[in-house]
Design a protein around this ligand. Structure first.
Ligand SMILES: CC(C)(COP(=O)(O)OP(=O)(O)OC[C@H]1O[C@@H](n2cnc3c(N)ncnc32)[C@H](O)[C@@H]1OP(=O)(O)O)[C@@H](O)C(=O)NCCC(=O)NCCS
Length: 185
């Protein structure tokens, strides 16, 4: 993806609304990121403090849209207005980006993450010209792999000592979804 000013995109699916993180999301993000599974399987700080949520919204997410290199979204259930997750699409070089996501514990198991992920993949192909969308997870993250598989990603293998998590290098599973493979809405 190129370094350009990118207007934050609003995405809508049957049950969900995705929009750029905003100041009012700081509180809910702080609460949700207390979840041990999110801390175990992502790079969020642990312990997770209120200033970490502030940093995500005001710095990481804002810069991500400004540069076009890290678009991210808060995901809301339309029926309740509740924040049910986040999605992101990190630049991984020409035509390539890596998805990232978490779901609020109370919202898991309802297919929300797959639904949101597919909307993000469709946007990445249509609006950012992506050729290859990558998914990685630390080895053992079965729920994340189930999401990726359900969304149509092909598993490619295990990369040893590939990604850092809080100062420690970890093995990851890698999968990909090509532009030609993104299921239509
Ligand atoms: C991974 C995570 C985002 C899944 O969110 P979710 O909203 O429950 O996922 P969905 O409801 O969309 O489920 C999608 C598929 O995964 C399956 N799945 C979800 N949780 C699962 C679990 N714990 N074990 C096995 N399969 C699981 C669902 O059954 C569903 O498959 P199906 O459609 O064949 O039934 C959530 O568990 C999470 O936030 N984990 C902590 C953070 C994390 O690991 N993020 C990813 C880092 S790579």
């Amino acid at each position: 993806m190129s370094d350009s000013i990118l207007a934050p995109a609003v995405l809508e699916t049957e049950r969900l609304l995705l929009r750029a993180p905003a100041p009012e999301d700081v509180g809910p993000i702080f609460e949700i990121c207390q979840d041990p599974e999110i801390q175990r399987w992502t790079v969020v700080p642990s312990p997770y403090r209120p200033e970490d949520a502030e940093f995500f919204v005001h710095k990481l997410a804002a810069d991500g849209w400004r540069t076009g290199r890290y678009p991210s979204w808060c995901v809301f259930e339309k029926a309740t207005g509740a924040l049910v997750g986040t999605q992101s699409l990190a630049d991984r070089g020409p035509g390539s980006a890596e998805v990232g996501y978490w779901a609020a514990p109370a919202a898991r198991g309802r297919g929300f993450t797959v639904e949101a992920l597919l909307a993000v993949c469709r946007w990445g192909v249509a609006e950012r010209g992506l050729r290859r969308i990558e998914w990685t997870a630390y080895v053992g993250n079965e729920p994340s792999r189930a999401v990726a598989r359900r969304a149509g990603f092909t598993m490619e293998g295990t990369l040893r000592s590939f990604a850092p998590q809080r100062g420690q290098w970890r093995d990851v599973w890698m999968g990909s979804l090509l532009a030609t493979e993104v299921p239509s809405a």
